[in-house]
Design a protein around this ligand. Structure first.
Ligand code: GLN
Length: 521
């Protein structure tokens, strides 16, 4: 089922292989009919993760990047829509030479080609493919069939299967139940896949007798039934799997015995993991104000980035999500060490964010605005300092008298919503003698974007005369990328998304500076 931890299991196995000096990467299969995650509501599906090459991907891609500390391309998020589009396009071009085009073999071939191409192009030793969905779902059947075929084609030393299942206990001391695992393995075997490993999610460590029982019913050896119990941090899961002998077992299955030899890399990883879990006594409180706050996963990369920054300075971060639509008393924001407004879209909740940005400015509370949070901070300043009545974004009010934020020129003729934002990494120039320059300590950075609107350059002179400066820009000065108020304790807005570049042990610079300023409050 969803939320079980397939992404963490995938990332952890990939991490262990990376720690064993293997060149690895991960692929996420999403069997839905959206072409990509870009058009999906983050409250229902979690954050849209943006890759360097402008993919709007499932948030698991973010997990892979963070665990492996390596960039992943958008081709690593395969959806049903992409596969079918390619097959239909090839059929229209006549590439199937008169054949009747079918799910098997044409769709399954397309799936296998995509997976093999990634492994070959990137010269990988191992590719871990995560198939989303639940066994038995109609949607995922063609993918599981393709994977079954791959095992036959590559042989048992070329492909192995890990099945993530659940062993629930009905109360804390109660017995761990094995039936859900028994049944999902049966379902998997019915479609021709015998798992090599079972990664069994449970609250407490899986008992030996439970492992044996599961093993007996599922045809998996007991040592390959792995307990994936609750951990203090997801970054502890690689060690948990390692301690159960998964690496020996994986290398044996692939016929590569005796390959684990990586103490230096392990030391660095362990230091990072320890830094992420040990600061419960020193808390920094951050208010995250936005509209998609009902699901913690809708800003998962922002949450992680805050925690990476906290770990670096020895702080644990307490995040409270505050719904900008229903906030009545802005005074509660004074209780926080810092205020963060993440990305967002549309009118709903925007007035609350504009108020929040103004409140942080007036009360000298550290403020970080990302994308929408950057744009609305400029609007708040326009209204409250420059006295620009009706300052707004044309996204929120199409006929605003003072469109401080307006459509990117190239967006004016765009009609499709999917895949049409300004997406992916772009170069940004930072001005000398600014906070931005102090934070990044360089003049050129490259950051990922996902937006359709931008600062209207017409208003810049007035902003700068009144104490808000735009400290970074891109595209030859066409677009504003960062704003700051030098007289404020910490007031920064970024048009780009720094959260996608933050990694455990290597926090993104803006987050580090923001958390530091908040911790000093
Ligand atoms: N809605 C804004 C835009 O399209 C901001 C987007 C975002 O925050 N990712 O420009």
């Amino acid at each position: 089922m969803s939320g079980l931890g397939k992404g963490v299991t995938t990332s952890s196995i990939a991490k262990l292989l990376q720690l064993a000096d293997q060149k690895v990467s991960c692929v996420k299969i999403d069997p839905y009919l959206n072409y990509d995650a870009g058009t999906m509501n983050p409250v229902a599906h979690g954050e849209v993760f943006v890759t360097e090459d402008g993919g709007e991907c499932d948030m698991d891609i973010g997990n892979y990047e963070r665990f492996l500390n390596q960039n992943i391309l958008k081709s690593h998020n395969i959806t049903t829509a992409q596969v079918y589009s390619s097959v239909i396009e090839a059929e229209r071009k006549g590439e199937y030479l008169g054949a009747c085009v079918q799910i098997i073999p044409h769709v399954t071939d397309e799936i296998k080609n995509r997976i093999r191409k990634i492994a070959e192009d990137e010269k990988l030793d191992f590719l871990i493919v995560e198939c989303g969905g639940t066994v038995g779902d109609i949607e995922s059947l063609p993918f599981l069939e393709a994977l079954r075929q791959m095992r036959v084609e590559e042989g048992p030393q070329g492909v192995i299967f890990v099945h993530v299942t659940l062993a629930p206990s009905l109360d804390v001391v109660g017995e761990q139940k094995t039936k859900p695992t028994q049944h999902s393995v049966q379902e998997l075997r019915r479609i021709g896949i015998q798992p090599d490993f079972l990664a069994v999610r449970c609250t407490l460590p899986l008992e030996e007798k439970t492992k044996k029982k599961i093993a007996m019913f599922t045809n998996v050896t007991p040592k390959d039934v792995l307990s994936c119990h609750d951990a203090k941090s997801i970054f502890k899961v690689p060690q948990m799997l390692y301690d159960q002998g998964i690496m020996d077992s994986i290398f044996t299955k692939f016929g590569k015995i005796g390959m684990v030899n990586t103490s230096a890399k392990w030391d660095q990883w362990n230091r990072i993991v320890e830094s992420m879990v040990n600061h419960e006594d020193k808390k920094t409180r951050i208010a995250m104000v936005g509209k998609y706050v009902t699901l913690a996963d809708s800003y998962v990369s922002v949450n992680h980035a805050l925690r990476h920054a906290g770990a670096k300075i020895g702080r644990s971060i307490d995040i409270d999500w505050i719904d900008s639509e229903s906030i009545e008393d802005y005074g509660i924001l004074s209780e926080y060490d810092g205020i963060l407004v993440p990305g967002g879209f549309g009118t709903r909740g925007s007035e609350g964010i504009i108020w929040t940005a103004n409140f942080a400015r007036e009360k000298n509370i550290p403020y970080l605005g990302i994308c929408f949070g950057f744009q609305l901070a400029a609007i708040a300043f326009g209204r409250n300092v420059l006295g620009l009545d009706d300052a707004n974004s044309t996204e929120i009010k199409a006929d605003a008298m003072n469109p401080v934020v307006d459509l990117l020129p190239e967006q004016k003729s765009v009609s499709d919503l999917g895949g049409s934002l300004r997406l992916g990494a772009n170069e940004i120039l930072i001005k000398d003698n600014t906070n931005a320059h102090k934070i990044y300590r360089k003049a050129i950075i490259s950051k990922r974007h996902r937006h359709r609107y931008e600062i209207n350059k017409k208003y810049i002179p007035e902003f700068e005369k009144n104490g808000l400066i735009f400290s970074a820009e891109s595209d030859g000065g066409k677009r504003m990328e960062m704003l700051e108020i030098p007289s404020h304790k910490f007031y920064l807005g970024v048009q780009f998304h720094p959260e996608f570049n933050s990694r455990p042990g290597f926090p993104e610079e803006v987050f580090e500076a923001f958390v530091k300023a908040s911790a000093e409050k």
